[in-house]
Design a protein around this ligand. Sequence first.
Ligand code: MG
Length: 384
Amino acid sequence: MRNAAIIVAAGLGRRAGDGAQPKQLRPLGDKPVFQWSIEAFRAHSRISEIVLVVPSGMQNMFSNWNLPEIRIVEGGETRSESVLNGLNTLRANPPNTVLIHDAARPGLDQATISELIAALQHADAAAPALPVADALKRWKHNRASTLDRQDLYRVQTPQAFQFEAIHTALSAKTGLVDDLAAIEAQNGTVKLIEGREALGKITFPEDHVRMERLLMPPLAAPRFGTGFDVHSLEPGDHVTLCGVAIPHTQQLVGHSDADVAWHALTDAILGAAALGDIGDHFPPSDPQWKGVDSAVFLKHAVEIARAAGWALSSCDLTIICEAPKIKPHRDAMRASTAQITGLPVTAIGLKATTTEGLGFTGRGEGIAAQASAVLSALPPQNEE
Ligand code: MG
């Protein structure tokens, strides 16, 4: 048994687009709409070949994507002609069955493909369909009348066919509302399987938004963390803050380079990811961290947060001291923080304040720093 798939992307479908880009090329999540269907068919073990029917003269727009082993065919004037073009390319070595699918229905799942192939064992054609839930009215000559919706169904795609049956039927009659109609016209047997909301078609812009909500798992809410650190001062010639050596008459005391600002930021990131604190990862008792560049700590925090599914998206720092003056070094400190964290400089806030001469910072005995960090959820990894 060989089963082929034809994906019809030949309609220009600009109603749901931004005016210039056809709806089947618009991005939905990490890929264009049509590619969702390609991946669904490709993932199914019983689909052996895929034909993509594209608008005539628009093959170039589709060649931007990597589509190995996909046959790209030009569409015709009507949907039926486009499908027929797809069928004709399969004609030389015809499959037993063919599933014909709208590219504008990105929510195709594996079970639907399996059920359709199974249904063809006892029918010329099969399609997913949903009962009509709303009341149906006919409105004519200013009068409403009620239709019985009991036996009415909304038919979706893929529509599945015995290859010879659909090729013969469509060759005889084109210009139909869907491919199933060609089989009906020949009195062929049709089986309906249960349709799915995710198989809905993107026609209007709001359909695109709805489909995105259905197909893209919602991302977790951002996480927020805070950090605080203090290091004492002793006589010296510079302090290191955010990796920048700032000339001063004192230096910061600590096991590492005592970069109080990056220590606070490291804790803010670890805090937002709920991954402990800087002391858990770099115990001061461990001699390997003696005199180490605090960039190592900061980088590690960003990396383990990422491994846990969180990307640093912004941070804000406050340095609390009487001296040295921070402002002249602010841009250099933001730039070095950007370099280590991978953040754009514009996502890094950096401020300095004094404590009006009060307390240990006011007396010049130490420098304090506080930091906040926001982590955004990374999209889940594709496990295919
Ligand atoms: Mg510290």
